[in-house]
Design a protein around this ligand. Structure first.
Ligand code: FRU
Length: 521
């Protein structure tokens, strides 16, 4: 208790100073705007301009999908977080709404309104988020920041009001729980009770100390306002990271799926090569004890850019996930154009034979405009197909892997510039190489995934100006990456290495606008 009081008092006291300073600084801020749309997505969620990171508050309210995101509208880099907001009737066409919440209270003013989730209660939409306060000195417990959970409510899904009871939840004074890192609440309802799972780590005096262990804390509540600590719901074992960010929880086809973003997992062979990871576990949550019994952790996406995904569980059981299609410590070349970062397409989750499958939601088909199709192609050397090209579009190809040898498909190619997806038949490995993709995102080289034995391989690829999302075999694996080619690099080139590349079918769709496009002054 003493520990808790010290932390809380220090936070409130220091935050008061920080708050007044930040209100002053905010006075003359003007939002940035997009100055060049060469890399701005045609149909993926992005902010009108400025900085974006994690998905937040993905929810369905009053007949519409609401999606929020970590946002800073006044600069292209990370600053104290606001929640940007878009809305859609069909998961394919999104419209911008005003910023939902911004850092303007003592519990969130200095660091911002960090990630969180949303839930409907009594006809109102509740956002639960982390208020982050940076402390200029450490508390007696060694905490250098205070993270508390807060609520903002809306009756119309547009205007949100922070409630007087905030913060509704402070870090519990429990042995083995860091007093500094306590963020990213994911709230859900089960049997008439509310539950929230929150990212945490074991205690450490130094936030840069990677020897702590990532874990998540579970709380329950009858009203979303008064919360009881229930358990350390799950905790890392071995190489599972020093801090677990952005926990998510949903029941997919009867299995309790836990999704989270562990920081600092060390590379293992061709796995965990990005700075931070997003992974899932399959298991069973015992609501009595609050303990999640689970299997091992598996990567959710095998590309260069995927983090902090958030899931939405619909009333009919359907579970949809959207992730941040970027990675911390990237160079974000689009910052030169007045904006930074974007989301993945919405993906539907299914558990099949003990494995999580992620497919693009079927609603994306409503973006399709024109279509060209080819059947039974046998390619020797290299080939471009009429109408199969573009800086945006959707490609679906079924490859006869029983008859084909090694092959590659080059996207956004000009010959000189290209992003190469290649398949090594001997090891059944798909590799994405972005060495020659255009402007550098900082990290180049390859990312790869091994595919299960099969006589065919289906690829469904979403191309959108500065991104590629490659879905393999209806969700067996996904490879998502940002790329920064010139607008004129638009070819798709099929190449057989050695023998022939046999394609059962190839379809290319041009796609229409899914997100409002930037207006130039
Ligand atoms: C993950 C994260 C979250 C935090 C947010 C701040 O990318 O670090 O843990 O809430 O970003 O923007």
């Amino acid at each position: 208790m003493r520990k808790l009081c010290t932390s809380v008092m220090a936070a409130v006291f220091l935050a008061l100073f920080v708050f007044s300073a930040s209100v002053e600084a905010a006075a003359d801020r003007t939002p940035v705007s997009v100055t060049n749309a060469r890399w701005y997505p045609l149909y993926h969620i992005a902010a009108p301009a400025g900085w974006v990171n994690d998905p937040n508050g993905f929810s369905y309210f009053d007949g519409e999908y609401h999606f929020f995101y970590q946002h800073y509208p006044y600069d292209v880099t990370w600053h104290p977080m606001h929640w940007g907001h878009v809305v859609s009737k069909d998961l394919a066409h999104w419209q911008h709404l005003p910023i939902a919440i911004e850092p303007d209270h003592i519990y969130d003013a200095s660091g911002g309104c960090f990630s969180g989730s949303a839930i409907e209660k009594d006809g109102k939409l509740y956002l639960m988020y982390t208020g982050h306060v940076d402390l200029p000195v450490k508390t007696l417990d060694g905490a250098d920041r205070i993270e508390s959970q807060n609520i903002a409510v809306s009756s119309d899904g547009v205007k949100f009001v922070k409630i007087a009871e905030n913060p509704v939840l402070y870090v519990p004074d429990v042995k083995g729980v860091s007093q500094s890192d306590f963020r990213d609440p994911k709230v859900w309802e089960h049997d008439g009770k509310y539950y929230v799972v929150i990212g945490s780590r074991t205690p450490t005096d130094d936030p840069n100390d990677r020897r702590s262990i990532g874990q998540v804390l579970l709380f329950d509540s009858d009203d979303l306002i008064n919360w009881n600590f229930k358990s350390i719901m799950a905790k890392g074992q071995g190489n599972q990271g020093f801090m677990w960010e952005c926990p998510n929880f949903a029941t997919v086809d009867g299995t309790d799926v836990f999704i989270f973003s562990p920081q600092g997992v060390a590379p293992e062979g061709n796995k965990y090569l990005n700075v931070h990871q997003s992974v899932y576990m399959l298991g069973d949550l015992d609501y009595e004890t609050g303990i999640y019994k689970h299997g091992g952790m598996t990567m959710l996406d095998y590309g260069f850019d995927f983090y902090a995904p958030q899931v939405l569980q619909m009333a009919d059981g359907r579970v949809i996930m959207i992730g941040w299609l970027d990675m911390w410590e990237s160079k974000f070349p689009e910052q030169a154009d007045g904006w930074s970062c974007m989301m993945t397409v919405p993906r539907e989750l299914h558990v099949i034979d003990g494995k999580l499958y992620t497919t693009p939601v079927k609603e994306l088909a409503s973006l399709r405009k024109s279509e060209v199709s080819y059947q039974n192609l046998k390619i020797k050397g290299s080939k471009k197909l009429d109408g199969v090209r573009g800086e945006t579009g959707e490609l679906i190809a079924t490859i006869d892997t029983a008859k084909s040898k090694n092959f590659s498909i080059e996207f956004r190619s000009s010959g000189k510039e290209k992003t190469v997806l290649s398949y090594d038949a001997a090891t059944r490995t798909l590799k994405l190489n972005r060495d020659k993709s255009g402007a550098s995102a900082g990290v180049v080289g390859e990312r790869e995934v091994q595919i299960a034995p099969n006589d065919t391989m289906k690829l469904q690829v979403f191309i959108d100006r500065s991104s590629l999302e490659i879905f393999v075999n209806d969700g067996e694996a996904v490879i998502s990456s940002r790329i920064y080619p010139q607008e004129t690099s638009q070819d798709i080139v099929f190449k057989a290495q050695g023998g022939a590349l046999e394609l059962k079918d190839v379809t290319f769709y041009t796609l229409g606008e899914g997100i409002e496009q930037p207006r130039f002054r």
